[in-house]
Design a protein around this ligand. Structure first.
Ligand SMILES: [Zn+2]
Length: 272
């Protein structure tokens, strides 16, 4: 079968999974057997420490790292992702292996027009705050975890989102042990992300701020589910997949500015 092939273990299920990336006309989508599931926030069915898409009973989890790598490479459409298991493989816990796979797809199609919010937005959801300011796109992410991670922040413009792809997912050892006791995180193992104890990380970090970089990577990936880049300064405090998804659904209920409204109201009236 054709396509760019990536295989690995699903961190939640422990299942061996093979993914094939295919160039295709149309929006980003996942092919799960006979079911096509659009990479769209309306298709999110759960957010258990990752983002799960589904349609008609077919689901695929852990889509956010691949979606981030696709967006960083400029792919907002033109790729179908065929998956033969319940979730995308965790690989090394980062999106760096996805970046390599996506690079084999060649040049992306032209990007869609960005979404311009008509006014600033502030949103709160279960301890997360997300704020949008009109203006040039940027991302500003802050986290506050127990020691030894503590408080960290990262900010950058889209040209720098590629720097986030190397940052690995992480968990505290006591959280993992609780998940294992419930039959979850069965694929969590050395080499698949970072485990922290009270004394520090169990493997060397790629950067001192790797945890917040990973949270920013998760946000870049989740926000692909809007279908278009967001032309706004985004600030996320203590983000989560659940908050990102709830926020995107809220955004879709708000007025957005069209290209005409942005250039000149008289121009849009004359065209009407
Ligand atoms: Zn992640």
């Amino acid at each position: 079968m054709s396509g760019v092939r990536v295989s690995g273990i699903g961190v939640h299920s422990g299942a061996a999974v093979t993914v094939r990336l295919h160039r295709s006309e149309g929006p980003l989508a996942f092919r799960l057997g006979a079911t096509i599931v659009a990479a769209d926030v309306d298709r999110v069915v759960a957010t258990p420490r990752c983002t799960v898409l589904g349609d008609g009973g077919a689901t695929v989890a852990m889509v956010e790292h691949l979606l981030a790598a696709l967006a960083v490479a400029g792919f907002w459409s033109g790729v179908v992702i065929e998956v033969d298991g319940p979730e995308l493989p965790i690989l090394d816990g980062s999106a760096a292996p996805w970046r390599e796979a996506v690079a084999e797809l060649g040049a992306p199609p032209p990007p869609p027009e960005a979404l311009h919010v008509a006014h600033d937005v502030r949103f709160e959801h279960e301890g997360t705050t997300i704020a949008l300011r009109k203006g040039a796109p940027s991302l500003d992410v802050a986290v506050a975890f127990d020691a030894p991670i503590g408080s960290q922040a990262w900010s950058g413009t889209p040209e720098r989102y590629g720097e986030l792809l190397d940052a690995r997912t992480f968990a505290f050892r006591h959280e993992l042990e609780a998940l294992w006791a419930r039959g979850l995180a069965l694929g969590a193992a050395p080499g698949r992300g970072i485990v922290f104890t009270a004394h520090g990380p169990e493997v060397p970090l790629r950067s001192a701020d790797e945890p917040v970089r990973h949270k920013a990577l998760d946000a870049v990936g989740d926000f692909v589910l809007l279908g278009r880049p967001l032309a706004a300064a985004v600030r996320i405090d203590r983000g989560s997949h659940a908050a990102h998804v709830t926020f995107m659904r809220h955004l879709r209920t708000l007025p957005f500015m069209s290209a005409d409204e942005r250039s000149s109201s008289s121009v849009s009236r004359s065209r009407a």
